[in-house]
Design a protein around this ligand. Structure first.
Ligand code: TXE
Length: 481
């Protein structure tokens, strides 16, 4: 019997859905159904929004210190449930066990630490030099739509700042990864987040997601997912003039300069491994490796070796390995890009189509590397969202920057160099929301988000909290406040 998880979390209670529609949740490694969920419709979204609206006045009126205390309890409970979160993420989207615990579930803790560190920096009320008083107020009821690739990461980046700023919200997680989202509701409930402050409705994007985006009683939409989904949310939200923040895809360049010297091998190997992390299903993955011509052949060899040596298999086994892609649809999509790249003339130097040898079940793909990829190739332009690395040579710094910026996206960019002056110069010239030099990772509390088609807005830390605040200018007689 498949466990039945059809209830929604509304008004602080697990509530029967109005909608009769159901979906089974699949384990992508075994292709077995692991739970049955309900797919919410307009009436379910209406109930959740009404609950968030009813909770808003009291929650908005709480003192920052009260909300901080609630978040500190959320931190404690999240830490205690980190292993449960990791197991659930592995089961529903295939992240390998060690990585699921140390990264996928751990960011639920680190993002919250980042928000708590920034929380005390918010100037809830301040006076401008011209005498005007500025108040920062919660924007209201927020609709939050999240994807399946880093399920708790995205939920934490949206739900936590909503709670912190005094907003209330309705979360519609990905229909592929509803179970970790439901577990997160249990965490918030146990931590004492008041009824109605956070509500959850499962459902599909075009039905439940669209109903939320259109809802007249929702003040803001925060969406992470495909460009197609993001533009649909923007269109649906336009009629009611909601604030919309979007975190969409990427095709992030990774510029490898010959001046890495003795570090070249380590830098290229780490870059390739990062491209394959999470089976390549990360919006900020370094998927376009641009390499200075004098070290191009060496870099291609190193990247191909990393692909060949990556263990692909059962994600419940501890250690460094790659799990499956999230779904049959995603597997087919990735195969389409691999076939297309070969037809278009890119040079396959590792991996390729199909499942890894000896694997005959699950949505497993092969870590794949293409060399000699040019701007005319589809995998140069489009997000594959699978373990596929594209490598291209460049002649000099100017060409490297031009090639890096030749993209509709602008999420992350990566830079491998031994020259600090070059790092500063190139980082300034790159059109991307985040630049990582020599593998330096994102710190908790830093803003995450991109330029152009990668979206609008920033998530995490102080910048992420500000997205949920309205500014009120208070013009008062001198001496009053
Ligand atoms: O995403 P969808 P899909 C990219 C990546 C991937 C591609 C397709 O390139 O290969 O998108 O993935 C909700 N109104 N990213 O199709 O559908 C949906 O229910 C409102 C990048 O699985 O965008 C889910 O909750 N909501 C990305 C969420 O959007 C809608 C992460 C994401 O699913 C909607 C995921 C609609 N009309 C995919 N349509 C990233 N930025 O990290 C869908 N949704």
């Amino acid at each position: 019997m498949i466990p039945d998880r059809i209830q929604f979390y509304i008004g602080g209670a697990w509530t029967a859905p109005v909608s009769p529609a159901r979906l089974s949740v699949e384990n992508p490694a075994t292709e077995q159904a692991i739970a049955l969920i309900a797919l919410g419709m307009d009436a379910d979204i209406d109930a959740a929004v009404a609950s968030a609206r009813a909770a808003f006045p009291d929650w908005a009126a709480t003192r920052p210190a009260e909300r901080r205390a609630v978040l500190e309890r959320v931190l404690e409970v999240t830490r205690a449930r980190q292993a449960d979160l990791a197991r659930t993420i592995t089961a529903e989207m295939g992240a390998p066990a060690t990585m699921a615990f140390e990264e996928q579930a751990a960011v639920g803790v680190s993002h919250l630490e980042g928000f708590l560190a920034a929380f005390d920096e918010i100037p809830w009320q301040e006076r401008l030099p011209n005498g005007t008083v500025i108040r920062r107020e919660p924007i209201g009821v927020c609709g939050l739509i999240t994807p399946w690739n880093w399920p708790i990461n995205q939920i934490a980046l949206k739900v936590l700042p909503a709670i912190a700023t005094g907003c209330t919200c309705v979360l519609k997680p990905s229909e592929l990864t509803p179970l970790s989202a439901m577990l997160y509701m249990e965490i918030l409930d146990e931590a004492g987040v008041p009824a109605g402050v956070v509500n959850l409705v499962n459902g599909s994007g075009p039905v439940a997601g669209a109903a939320l985006s259109r809802h007249p009683d929702v003040d803001m939409m925060s969406f992470t997912g495909s460009t197609r989904g993001g533009t649909a949310v923007s269109r649906d939200a336009a009629a009611t003039v909601k604030r919309v923040t979007l975190e969409l895809g990427g095709k992030s360049p990774n510029l490898v300069f010959a001046d890495c010297g003795a570090d070249l091998k380590a830098r290229v190997a780490a870059s390739a491994a990062e491209c394959f992390l999470n089976s390549g299903q990360s919006c900020d993955a370094p998927t376009r490796m641009l390499v200075e011509r004098s070290v191009y052949d060496t870099a291609c060899e190193i990247a191909a070796r990393v692909a060949d040596e990556t263990i692909v298999g059962d994600p419940t086994v501890e250690g460094d390995r790659m799990g499956p892609l999230v779904s049959a649809a995603q597997w087919s999509r990735v195969q389409g890009y691999i076939d297309g790249a070969r037809t278009e003339g890119a040079r396959l130097i590792a991996g390729g189509p199909g499942r890894p040898e000896g694997v005959n079940r699950g949505h497993f793909a092969r870590p794949t590397v293409f060399a000699d990829v040019t701007p005319d190739h589809t995998i140069w332009r489009e997000e594959v969202f699978g373990p596929v690395l594209a490598i291209t040579p460049f002649a000099d710094e100017a060409e490297a920057v031009r090639l890096a910026n030749d993209t509709d996206y602008g999420l992350a960019a990566y830079l491998q160099t031994g020259d600090p002056a070059r790092a500063a110069r190139v980082a300034a010239a790159l059109r991307a929301g985040m630049v990582h030099v020599n593998g330096t990772p994102q710190s908790p509390g830093s803003p995450f988000g991109g330029y152009s088609m990668s979206g609008t807005g920033r998530e995490g830390g102080l910048f992420g909290l500000e997205e949920y605040l309205e500014i009120k200018a208070l013009h008062m007689p001198a001496g009053w406040n």
